[in-house]
Every structure is written in C-alpha cells, then in structure tokens.
Write a protein that binds this ligand. Structure first.
Ligand SMILES: C=C(OP(=O)(O)O)C(=O)O
Ligand SMILES: [Mg+2]
Length: 579
C-alpha cells in the first residue's frame, strides 16, 4: 500500500541545533521566520485603528473658539490629503486612481464646510468631523453606483483625520519618511499592495503565520519578514531594531557595529544566491522546474526577468481585490494577456481560477456573512451557485492564451472531490488548455491518483493543505507551530500526491510557501515533486540549494523529514544530512 511504502525505512534522528550562536544583545523578540535577510533601521508602526485612549485624552480638544478648531481641522486635512497624494505617486493603475480621488476628497471644500457648520452649531471638533463625514456618507449612498463605492474611502479619511487630530500616526500603511522597519498587527491584502521594498527594510507583524498573506507578499517583494512576534507593537516608533528574517528575531537597539556586520553578511549571502541562473536541477542533473508565483502584470514582468521557467501560480483573485464589480470577459482577457505575454518559448504559465472567499475577499464573488468561511463557499465552490463566473473567467483566459501564444495551463483551487476535478478538467480542455487541480484539501491528496485520471497535472497548495490537515487557521499566530508544512502529516500527504504523479507519469508541483524554503524544497524533490513555484525573489536561493545536492540526498532528506516527530526535528535532521 502506498502509505506503507512511503513510510518504509523510517530512521529516527536526534534533533540538533545548527544555527550559529547569537551574540548577547539587549532585548530580543522572536517570531516565525518567513523571508530570510536582515533589515536594520528605525521602527515605523502601521496601526489598524486610532486608539480609544488617545481619543478620550483629546476630548473636546480645548479650543478657544470654533475658528481655532477649524484651523486644526485644516492642518489635519492637508496632512491627510498630502499622504494620499504621495501614495498615488508611488502607485499605479487602480490604486493610484483611488489614492488621488481620496486626496481630493480629504481636502474637499464641501466637507470642510460641513465641519465648520457643525462647529458653529456647538459640536466639538471630533463630533463635527464625524457628523460631516456621516452627512457625506448618506449623500454618497443615496447617489448609488460609483459614488456609493466611495463610502469606504470616506470612512478611511475620517480615521486618518481623527488620528492626525489626536496626535497618533495614521492607521493603515503609513507614508515612510525614509527606509524603515515596518511593524504592524497584520496588514490587509490591500495594504500590502502598496508596500515599497525600497523603503521597507523589513516587515514584522504581531499576528499571522508563515502562510498568511502578509508573509506571501513579503516573499514576493523579497522583504525580510518575521511574523507572529508577540509584543512587537510595544516597541516605540523610531526605535532602531535589527530584524533577522532567517532566525525570526527582532533585536531592539543592538550594538551598531555588530548590526552593521549582520547587514554586510546578509548582503554577501544574497549576492551568492543571485549568481544562480537556472534552469533548476540537482547536482546529478535531475530536472526540477523552478517557477514563479505572480499576482499581476508588474509581478509577472519582474519574474520574467529572473531565472525561472515560467509561472506555477498566477493568483488571479489578487487582480480584483479592489474591484466591486466583475470585470467583463474582454477586460479580464486584457489583464491576463499582460501576465501571459511576459513569458515566451519554453516557458508555461499556470493560471489559477478565482480563489475568492475566506482570507481573500473579492467583493463581486465572496459570499458575505459565512459563519466559517475557510470551510465555506470559497475557490472552486463559488462556481456551484454561479457557474457563469467560472465560465467567463475560463473564456477570458483562453482568449489571452490565444492572443499571446503562451503555453497556458489552468487549475482550480479548493478541489475536494474527483467529480469536481472531472467537471473542471472537461471545461478547461474544451477550451484547448491543459487542466489541473490544486491539492489543498486532504481529500484531494488521498485521492490524487484518481484526480490524475481526470486532469493533466496537480499542484499542491501547501498553505491550505497545512491549514486543513492540521485544523489550524493559517492566519493564527498562536498556532504557527501547527501551520508549518514541515509537519510530518502534511509531508505524508505530499508524498502520497507525488507518488500518484510518478505512477501516472504526470507533473505534480508545489506552489505553496513550502516551495520557497530551500531546505524543504530538497525534501519535496526527494518525494518526486517535479516543479517548485514560489515568489520570484525566492527562486535563486532555492535553485542554488538544489544545485548543490544530489537526487539521492534529496530522497534521504525526504525520508528523514517524514520520519521526524515534529517540524523542528525534521528541519534539524535534514540540515544534518544536507549540510
Ligand atoms: C498556493 C496556495 O494558495 P493560496 O496561498 O493563494 O491560498 C496554497 O494554499 O498553498
Ligand atoms: Mg490556497
């Protein structure tokens, strides 16, 4: 039986720590390491909400008269508008448009007039601002359509105005005055879209695990990142810290000489990895495709410049996070064309159909108010009640594939049954493209051999496969020890899936975050995984690591990781084997 075959030859290994000793430094916080690399600089905090303590302390503001209060409002509104304008300058496309419109709205004369009237009627400043915004919200809602969509922007403006007035940093992603360490409770997907790697030296969050979206975006942008760091929000803004994304540590006010040494050493490591140019293969020549995960045309263009052989995961839903209405087939085809067009001969692109729902809110697709959205109507399941949504997207992908001539494979997320795979496979093949399904639910891994009778390839989404195997929310930082793809149970399901692919002679890739971990990548290859897809920035370290080991070493590593009792001992055993 397959399970027994995979488990045969267990060897128990003693966990040993191989990390270099950390010099004694003043307070250090630790979390889950996500993106290796070192960042050293002052902390800037991105807050979700204005603190109620600051609002209470501000009270009525103690202004001498309404004109003095209005002058304070003018200052705050100008600062908020300038913040939006600066963001608009750095952004592109839809985000830039929204930021520019918000800058205009924050300094709108009508809004100012409503605040002035409320002040003259005797309201205090915060109540006047709130009343004026409410008045605008009512008008915009009544107007409907595009104006109604601006209500969220108005509420964001109010939060920022209040923050400015009570003397707090604006909530959400702040405008970084200089290269800084960004600290947050967590970042919303829309916030992460505005991260500038030139200004964010490292990213540290209090919440979230290694597969949270903050982690995924940080990897995509190659920003050193540590998540799940308890108490990190206690660090005062401006404090200088050193973040080590490989160790998962945040050193507060370290010795500057020592910190600079760490930065130099990290830069040296990075230069060594960057020398790897592909294609992916082990030292003894076993070919393993190294592919990129992309989110839109700019990330595809960036990935295409690197040493990857195509795209293993195009997360289409990320193109639509800010969109309230479903784009037409032609509009979608245009978006997909820009991604597919970045890749040419000898490369292929795997497009994933909309994975809306749960942690990826897409306004025109996600079902509102689900009790347990991670186990609800998400991914492929959205097409059960709305088959047109899937059909229109597949039509658009097929149009883009024809227009670009790029070899296009299409896969569905959250497939749980063989019937779903058969239905999806037929739809994709009818449009002349290769069909696949993601293995994200344990049922799909257990029946991988039957899924492969219906489709051309499988792609393992280790982020969700880990979440559903371990029954642990991928966003829950207190469960980060469970939401770890090194968990032997998760590895067992991957091994079963890879073995099914080997027997069927069909490709089985990994496109979850596990593929971006150089050590785990060797384990996956040892199990028979044929491609690894990851944030483009992670490709060189993974490719360089694979090039340094033989396929036999990878098989030994797989055996050791499967035999381990927990992720830590698995990592240690594999490190011991591979060096
Ligand atoms: C690649 C995956 O999909 P996402 O992270 O977008 O849910 C996964 O679940 O591993
Ligand atoms: Mg997933």
């Amino acid at each position: 039986m397959l399970l027994v075959k995979v488990e045969a030859g267990y060897r128990v290994r003693v966990a040993t720590s191989t990390s270099a000793p950390q010099p004694q430094q003043t307070p250090s916080l630790t979390g889950t390491p996500v993106v290796p690399g070192v960042g050293y600089g002052p902390v800037v905090v991105a807050r979700g909400e204005v603190s109620s303590t600051a609002v209470a302390a501000f009270g009525t503001g103690g202004f001498a008269d309404p004109d003095a209060a209005l002058a304070a409002y003018d200052d705050a509104a100008a600062a908020v508008a300038a913040g939006y304008a600066a963001k608009a300058e750095r952004a592109t496309g839809h985000v830039a448009e929204v930021m520019t419109a918000s800058a205009g709205l924050a300094s709108d004369r009508g809004l100012r007039g409503a605040v002035r009237k409320n002040l003259r009627d005797g309201d205090d400043l915060l109540a006047s601002v709130h009343g004026a915004v409410e008045q605008f919200v009512a008008v915009f809602t009544q107007l409907g359509g595009l104006m109604a969509e601006r209500v969220t922007d108005l509420l964001d403006i109010e939060r920022r105005l209040v923050a400015r007035l009570v003397g707090e940093p604006e909530p959400g992603l702040p405008t970084l005055p200089a290269p800084s360490i960004l600290v947050a409770e967590d970042l919303a997907p829309a916030d992460t879209a505005g991260l500038d790697p030139a200004l964010v030296l490292a990213l540290v969050t209090e919440r979230g695990g290694p597969t949270s979206h903050t982690a995924i975006i940080a990897r995509q942008l190659a920003i050193p990142c540590v998540v799940g760091v308890e108490d990190v929000l206690e660090i005062a803004p401006g404090t200088v810290v050193l973040v080590d994304g490989a160790r998962g540590s945040v050193q507060v006010e370290p010795d500057p000489g020592w910190a600079r040494q760490q930065v130099t050493a990290a830069a040296r490591d990075r230069a060594a990895h960057d020398a790897w140019t592909g294609p992916g293969r082990t030292a003894d020549g076993l070919a393993v495709k190294i592919l990129a995960n992309v989110a839109d045309a700019p990330s595809a263009a960036l990935a295409a410049q690197g040493p990857v052989e195509g795209v293993g995961l195009f997360r289409t839903e990320l193109c639509f996070l800010n969109q309230t209405a479903e784009p037409s087939v032609e509009e979608q085809a245009g978006i997909y064309e820009r991604v597919l067009g970045a890749f040419g001969a000898g490369q292929h692109v795997v497009v994933r159909t909309l994975d809306a729902g749960s942690d990826k809110p897409v306004a025109f697709a996600t079902l509102p108010g689900e009790e347990n959205p991670a186990l609800g109507v998400r991914g492929l399941r959205l097409s059960f009640g709305n088959p047109g949504l899937m059909d229109r997207q597949l039509d658009a992908v097929a149009m883009a594939a024809t227009a670009t001539g790029t070899e296009t494979w299409v896969m569905a997320p959250m497939v749980a049954t063989v019937a779903e795979a058969a239905d999806f496979g037929a739809k994709v093949r009818a449009r002349g493209m290769k069909a696949g399904v993601m293995v994200e639910v344990p049922s799909a891994a257990l029946l991988a051999h039957r899924m492969l009778e219906e489709v051309d390839f499988l792609s393992i989404g280790t982020n969700d496969l880990t979440q559903y195997t371990m029954a642990a929310d991928r966003m829950a930082s207190q469960l980060a020890h469970l939401t770890d793809a090194w968990q032997p149970a998760v590895l067992q399901l991957i091994a079963i899936t890879a073995e099914a692919g080997r027997r069927a002679g069909k490709p089985v890739g990994v496109c979850g975050e596990a593929a971006a971990d150089p050590l785990l990548a060797c384990v996956l290859v040892g199990m028979g995984i044929t491609s690894l897809s990851m944030a483009a920035a992670a490709a060189p370290p993974v490719g360089a690591r694979l090039a340094a080991v033989t396929s036999e070493q990878c098989e030994d590593a797989a055996e050791a990781a499967l035999a381990a009792t927990d992720p830590a001992s698995g990592r240690a055993a594999v490190l011991e084997l591979l060096g």
